[in-house]
Design a binder for this molecule. Structure first.
Ligand code: HEC
Length: 179
């Protein structure tokens, strides 16, 4: 076989091997899809509170729901996490505000929280698809953790419909070309 041909054959073999691995991984994913409704958190943690804390950390919830968190690279003390933000996100949806989850969840029971997450509908930039994709066990862990933190702070402003004028500061989410 010419060396050029060898290269092609080798490349094809590598491609087939890669395709096989991808196919097998695909099988694994399909099997895991049913886990979405499972009751247990999928991460290993000593308690639901630990699991919830971890999921909130890696889920980026503090980036929006905790004032100053992102700006200080996460220096906000845990006692102040998820207390909501007064700066609105303005866009074609109107204005949304990162809800004070410490207060919101204190008046919502666990099943109501699950219903909200399953519906996964609301204004951007809340990552609704991420919440919707979480297993029930993960959602329950997040809920229990936030209830464990307890109510704190003041409610974020109510969302506004398109055209309504906000009373306070907003960040506008509208793409623009460089001038
Ligand atoms: C990019 C910013 C952003 C991130 C990140 C984010 N949120 Fe939100 N969240 C929002 C905004 C804005 C709203 C209000 C949405 C609306 O008005 O429909 C919201 C609303 C919510 C609500 C609805 C509360 C209610 O009472 O209606 C829940 C629950 C929630 N977020 C949980 C979470 C969790 C849990 C995480 C982390 C996994 C998270 N959010 C990450 C911005 C964010």
């Amino acid at each position: 076989m010419s060396s050029q041909l060898c290269l092609i054959v080798r490349a094809q073999a590598a491609f087939l091997a890669a395709a096989l691995v991808l196919t097998l991984q695909g099988c694994g994913r399909a099997a895991n899809a049913t886990d979405a409704a499972s009751a247990a958190p999928r991460i290993a943690a000593a308690t639901d509170i630990e699991a919830g804390r971890y999921l909130v950390k890696i889920g980026g919830c503090n980036d929006c729901h905790t004032p100053g968190f992102s700006e200080t690279n996460g220096a906000t003390p845990e006692a102040d996490w998820l207390t909501g933000a007064p700066v609105g996100a303005a866009g074609p949806w109107g204005v949304s505000y990162p809800v004070n989850l410490r207060l919101a969840l204190s008046t919502m029971d666990e099943d109501e929280f699950l219903d909200l997450a399953h519906a996964g509908e609301g204004r951007p930039p809340m990552p609704w698809p991420s919440l919707k994709a979480m297993s029930d066990g993960d959602l329950r862990a997040i809920y229990r953790y936030i209830r464990w933190l307890g109510p704190k702070g003041v409610p974020a402003p109510a969302p506004l419909a398109p055209g309504e004028k906000p009373a306070g500061p907003t960040i506008t989410f509208v793409p623009s070309m460089p001038s």
